[in-house]
Design a protein around this ligand. Structure first.
Ligand code: NAD
Length: 459
């Protein structure tokens, strides 16, 4: 506790010195992140393989590449983002000049999740640095190789007086949360998100909560699917190709008309087979469950006999390898845990509806998801989905790619969280927009001052 107190005092002192505010400091740190990613690419692949069994291509696409993209984008734009923006002032106050000035918040805490242990730690860090803050980053204890990599390597590249990595689990988070922060940026579960908010409330600390939930994918009828093969490949890639379903924006369940279910199941099976072979547990292109706890959690979802009876493909588990086969469930009961909890794993329920239009009510009867996916070319249906549902994002005819677009805000709504980041939104998330108004001493309009009288009332 005393050591932590000392570290935080040092970080506060650095922020107070003004060092982190300069554009040179921000750019140097962003360049250092790019250097680190370039120098240590192989070590990162190894750590991601150790923690999650990620293939280097997946690791590059979802982690190394994401961080490179974000750091490069921020490096090119940070100076522009930092510049004060002119604000028009009502004529009544003439002569006057107004501007909105982004200022750093101070000392910020970033708590990361384990499923994309590198990008979900470094992406917010890039935002915090771009905005000129001092930072404590706590990686997730459930990806120990990546956590240790960050703790050992970041100090070799970044300014240790302003940026520190603190490793540990819930107990360390709890200690960190007892301190006063100027912002807490949390990626994780809605349950822990609530604890973060409670702790932050004590100091009136603003929070960004990047949480999870059940993201549905709507598959329209065949006449509205110009390329069902592409749709199925994207669904399989989006479900099992990103950390084997352990992704906050991965597809949690599919909504489809009853008449399309057999085609869908057969196409999914064929594509899974094509991507991961006869025995997916032997494939090196698919990640595994992060640890025993999550493996057991997923096994328990399948233990419900009603859910077990709904398996139409897969369902085999390899405890030693912590591997669960891509598994399709057809209409598991809606009151089963697999339809109540976020799955965060390789199980994919398929829920059939008489008419695909019912998908809107289905989604609206549940907590607001982080992402909604819909495969359709029907423009009226698209408009309806956007207008009549609420979610962090809506993506048509693809999966996950919204995460990679820096011009789109990334964040949840309702139970999937609040606040947003990526690109300029990350800069804004870690900044305060200060209003600055400058007036001259003339003219002086006397009626604004008391004593009030009838004349002043009519003025
Ligand atoms: P988690 O909530 O268990 O842990 C997240 C972080 O909180 C970790 O750093 C952990 O050490 C810390 N933590 C755990 N217990 C705590 C406690 N009692 N007090 C304080 N801190 C505590 O989540 P997870 O298992 O790491 O991740 C899975 C969840 O995260 C899923 O719900 C998933 O959807 C969500 N997620 C969201 C995003 C997003 O960008 N929206 C990305 C990845 C994961």
């Amino acid at each position: 506790m005393a050591e932590l107190q000392e570290s935080l005092a040092e970080l506060r002192q650095t922020f107070k010195s003004g060092k982190t505010r300069s554009v040179a400091w921000r750019k140097n740190q962003l360049r250092a992140i790019l250097d680190l990613i370039r120098d240590k690419e192989e070590v990162i692949f190894e750590a991601l393989h150790q923690d999650l069994g990620k293939h280097p291509v997946e690791a590059y696409r979802d982690e190394v590449g994401v961080v490179k993209k974000s750091a490069t984008h921020s490096l090119s734009n940070v100076e522009k983002w930092m510049a004060p923006k002119k604000a028009p002032i009502p004529l009544l106050f003439f002569p006057a000049k107004g501007e909105v000035l982004p200022e750093p918040l101070g000392l910020v805490l970033i708590l990361a999740s384990w499923n994309f242990p590198l990008s979900l730690a470094l992406d917010p860090l890039i935002g915090a640095i771009s905005a000129g803050n001092a930072v404590v980053l706590k990686p997730s204890e459930h990806a120990p190789a990546c956590s240790s990599f960050l703790a050992k390597t970041l100090p070799l590249y970044l300014d240790n007086d302003a940026i520190k990595v603190i490793e540990g689990g819930a107990d360390v988070s709890e200690q960190l949360l007892q301190h006063k922060w100027d912002k807490i940026f949390f990626t994780g579960s809605p349950r822990v998100g609530g604890l973060i908010m409670t702790a932050a409330a004590k100091h009136l600390t603003p929070v960004t909560l990047e949480l999870g939930g059940k993201c549905p994918a709507i598959l329209d009828s065949l006449e509205n699917l110009p390329d069902i093969k592409a749709a199925i490949k994207r669904i399989v890639g989006g479900k099992w190709g990103a950390c084997n379903g352990q992704a906050c924006i991965g597809i949690d369940y599919i909504l489809v008309e009853d008449k399309l279910k057999s085609t869908l199941i057969e196409s999914l099976k064929r594509t899974i087979h094509k991507f991961y072979g006869e025995n997916p547990q032997n494939s090196d292109s698919i990640a595994r469950a992060v640890n025993k706890h999550h493996f057991e959690r997923l096994r328990n979802l399948l233990k419900d006999p009603r859910v077990a009876a709904s398996i139409v493909h897969g369902g085999s588990l390899d405890e030693e390898k912590l591997f669960i086969e891509p598994t399709l469930l057809l209409n598991p009961p809606l009151d089963a845990d697999v339809m109540g909890e976020e799955i965060f794993g390789p199980l994919l329920p398929i829920i059939t509806l008489e008419n695909i239009q019912e998908s809107i009510d289905f989604i609206n009867s549940r907590p607001k998801p982080l992402a909604i996916y819909a495969f359709t070319k029907d423009e009226t249906f698209k408009r309806q989905i956007v207008a009549e549902t609420s979610s962090g994002s809506v993506t048509f005819n693809d999966v996950l790619v919204q995460f990679l677009c820096d011009t789109l805000p990334f964040g949840g709504v309702g139970q999937s969280g609040f606040g947003r980041y990526h690109g300029k939104f990350s800069f804004d998330t870690f900044s305060h927009e200060k209003a600055v108004l400058q007036r001259s001493f003339f003219p002086e309009i006397e009626p604004r001052y008391p004593p009030w009288n009838g004349f002043k009332l009519k003025f």
